[in-house]
Design a protein around this ligand. Structure first.
Ligand code: ADP
Ligand code: GLC
Length: 488
């Protein structure tokens, strides 16, 4: 089974969120089950800088908006990646600073429609083995709107590989005006409400949904939620119409990257069998030290709550900001925030950090090492997302014995077991789940967590149960293989 992964990011080359983690770890899990997996990415500047022995394997002539590009197709090596990699190298489109989607000043690249259309055209050529590289995939697995046009383009080919399209987040549709669609020279026959037209715009995400042979999303609960207007972002109708080829498959954790026994980013290793109490305490001290707090015994006994994530409405950061002053007064907890995102959330966090310098510790920016240290050093992990297709941070938190506080939605609902008295008694509880998207509901869960934090035996039991959860990729990889082969 030959599978070509097409995506816009992949750890450790380029990552802005969970998508990057999945594009690294799912191919590895598939390889373990015998699949032959390749990966194709745009040749962003940061990716080229990280590769060794780059070699040109061919050239493709690809149309853009009223111009043509000569795309270099490049192979390259990377010590950690472990997946054969092809890059679509077009300097005019991808050799830029900043992240894949945005200028360093935080606005979307104005030519994103052209960038990802050209990428899709190049991937389609590669998937058809037009460069005669001797490797034609059986399946092209595409991820999110940046690759949504690929299933549509493959649909126009004869003898095309099967396409699988995974929705990681419906909130990002790859929406562009009709005028752009015309300039891109995309087929007129696609422009209908059964095709890629979406309330007057084009939606690259919808292209993937409509034309892929199979469509998935990253948790069973999100797969159900997005069939409703509340979570469907307007796609609920089209998703209902393709239910016969649509399902939710839960993401997993890659133990090579997120594992407190071996994590290269944390100073003290631990496991549920070996020294988790001491390990977490030492990492807590290291984390606080990293944030400028020299923690003595007393401080280490206080609860430490962590947040890592994109500072956007999805993540419910506003719910958290609303209750923070109250929490600071009503408890002795400390808070660590790591994130980047919308400027108004960053500003509010900075204001709170200034007002409560010994309680609210904020790092605005992107730091892979610090993200790992927060998971290892905090006692509680706050993830009050309004919606969460899967969420990886709560899975990492479970593995690191950092009890997650989560809103009952999407993958959060599928992976965290609330510490109700009954679940505590039967030893299944792993965290705190709150039902409503309100500051009060979040506050209720945090209050329960703080109360349990004071009950040492109960707390330790919860931590141990959390650390013993198995969210490995193997089962999900098997499900994907079933989809690829058409057996399930
Ligand atoms: P999403 O993909 O919606 O952002 P996930 O929970 O699936 O949410 O994945 C987020 C991933 O991005 C995790 O690996 C997390 O550690 C990482 N991450 C998010 N923000 C930051 C940041 N500021 N610094 C480092 N890592 C971050
Ligand atoms: C998206 C979602 C997140 C998911 C990730 C990987 O970014 O927001 O919930 O875990 O993709 O699938």
């Amino acid at each position: 089974m030959k599978v070509l992964f097409a995506a816009s990011e992949a750890y450790p080359l380029v990552k802005t969120g969970g998508l990057g983690d999945v594009i690294y770890s799912l191919p590895h899990a598939l390889q373990r089950q015998g699949a032959d997996v390749g990966l194709v990415l745009p040749a962003y500047r940061t990716v080229l800088e990280k590769l060794k022995n780059t070699r040109i394997v061919g050239w493709l002539d690809i149309p853009g908006e009223g111009r043509r590009f000569s795309a270099r197709i490049v192979e390259g090596d990377h010590d950690e990646l472990g997946i054969p990699l092809l890059l679509v190298d077009i300097a005019d489109l991808f050799d830029r600073p900043g992240n894949p989607y945005q200028h360093p000043d935080g606005y979307d690249w104005p030519d994103n429609a052209e960038r990802y259309t050209v990428f899709a055209r190049a991937v389609t050529q590669l998937a058809m083995d037009r460069l005669k590289l001797g490797w034609k995939p059986d399946v092209v697995h595409c991820h999110d709107w940046q690759t949504g046009l690929i299933p549509a383009m493959l649909h126009m080919e004869s003898n095309a590989p099967k396409s699988v399209f995974t929705i990681h987040n419906l909130a990002y549709g790859g929406l562009f005006p009709h005028a752009e669609y015309i300039k891109l020279g995309l087929p007129a026959s696609w422009w209908s409400s059964d095709g890629i037209e979406f309330f007057g715009n084009m939606s690259m995400l919808k292209a993937g949904i409509v034309f892929a042979s199979q469509v998935t999303t990253v948790s069973p609960t999100y797969a159900r939620e997005i069939l409703t207007p509340e979570y469907g972002y307007g796609y609920e109708g089209v998703l209902k119409s393709i239910q016969y080829k649509f399902r939710g498959i839960l993401n997993g954790v890659d133990p090579e990257v997120w594992n407190p026994r071996t994590d290269e980013f944390i100073p003290f290793h631990y496991s549920v069998q070996h020294g988790y109490l001491r390990g977490k305490r030492q990492n807590k001290k290291a984390l606080l030290g990293n944030m400028g707090v020299r923690a003595g015994e007393k401080t280490l006994q206080r609860p430490l709550m962590g947040f890592v994530g994109r500072l956007v409405e999805q993540k419910g950061i506003d719910l958290l900001l609303d209750i923070l002053p109250k929490l600071i007064k009503s408890s002795n907890a400390l808070f660590v925030f790591l994130g980047t995102g919308q400027s108004w959330y960053e500003a509010r966090l900075q204001t709170l950090a200034k007002k409560y310098p010994s309680r609210v510790l904020v790092h605005l920016g992107y730091s892979e090492p610090l993200a790992h240290l927060v998971e290892a050093g905090a006692d509680l992990f706050l993830m009050p997302s309004r919606f969460e297709p899967c969420g990886l941070n709560q899975l990492y938190s479970l593995a690191y014995g950092t009890l997650p506080v989560v809103h009952e939605t999407g993958g959060l609902a599928d992976t965290v077991v609330d510490a109700t008295p009954e679940n505590v008694k039967n030893k299944t509880a792993t965290g705190y789940v709150f039902p409503d998207q309100t500051p009060q509901s979040l506050m209720g869960a945090i209050d329960r967590a703080l109360a349990d934090f004071g009950h040492t035996a109960r707390w330790r039991q919860l931590v141990r149960t959390a650390m013993r959860q198995d969210f490995s990729w193997d089962k999900s990889a098997q499900e994907y293989l079933g989809l690829y082969t058409g057996e399930s």
